[in-house]
Ligand binder design. Sequence first.
Ligand SMILES: Nc1ncnc2c1ncn2[C@@H]1O[C@H](COP(=O)(O)OP(=O)(O)O)[C@@H](O)[C@H]1O
Ligand SMILES: [Mg+2]
Length: 346
Amino acid sequence: MSSATPIGASDSGNGPILDIEDIHVQFAGRVGLGAGLFGKKATIARAVDGVSLQMQRGEILALAGESGCGKTTTARAIMGLERPQQGTILYKGEPIWKDLRAYRRRVQMVFQDPTGALNPRQTIYESVAEGLRIHKVKGDEREQVAKALSNAGLRPPERFFLNYPHELSGGQRQRVVIAGALALEPDMIVADEPVSNLDASVRGEILALLMDLRDRLGLTILVVTHDLGLAWTIADRVAVMYLGRIVEIGPAEDVLLRPKHPYTQALLDVVPEAGGLERPILKGETPDPTRIPEGCRFHTRCPLVASGRAKELGIEEKCRGQDLALKPLDPTHFAACHAADIGQIR
Ligand SMILES: Nc1ncnc2c1ncn2[C@@H]1O[C@H](COP(=O)(O)OP(=O)(O)O)[C@@H](O)[C@H]1O
Ligand SMILES: [Mg+2]
């Protein structure tokens, strides 16, 4: 271990558990469409382009937005799997890089696809014990595995020890993945689309499990989702991302019932049966992180600009030319919109 003091040692127990300040993650290399064979220009995808976010202990926050807006990259940066070119991520007041190994025990990630996350040739016991072994956790391994399975709702746990993943249902497999995370007794879980590969019938159960874990174990949970219905079910707060930035954040009721950003409003206008956010929801250019528009990054698709409303309000020039950060609309609800800024939004 690189440092003398363990990560979080100076933690007062107050402050946010996670404090992300203006992180940027860029990917290089993909050549833009239309570039000729000889005129190849290196392009840079600004996948995460200035995300700031704080999480309080014991809260469930949903990070929502269309496919490609940078949710997974943000989650991977939070896990230390992607190193931002710029910005800081503090866990209990200290940079996560200080002792990444200790941090990765305190904060566990649950991935989207429970089948891919489990080794088909490993028993459930082995899968859940793996993290304990990697982190050389002391104590009775059998007991720890049993407790984790039980906390993930697989009871009696011993019944599952010798099963293989293919012998379980999709919902049970996701519970095993969650048990693997719980075995390390983390403070926080980052779950990337935890139910999107599951049958609709078991999604509710897994969401109920996550909420129950927060209530019983005091876990802090960041859940990444393209589904605002899921955010409504589970989250205390919702952050809406567009082209690498959070454009609106606040208590779930405020953001989902009284959205202030035209992008959030557009997302909420989509009929869920029509496929939710997996398909394009707005006219205009599809968002491309290699070409983020000047000004407000949403202005090329913004209904306020397209309808002439922004012009009427005298903000059109700003929308087209002036980038903006999140601003408080009240102490807990923030949006990055020039119209919201002057109180002119439905
Ligand atoms: N390893 C990578 N190399 C190049 N581009 C990437 C890489 N990972 C993600 N991207 C790009 O970054 C953008 C954001 O992706 P991602 O974070 O996966 O979005 P989301 O999870 O919201 O769907 C996308 O345009 C994606 O193509
Ligand atoms: Mg993703």
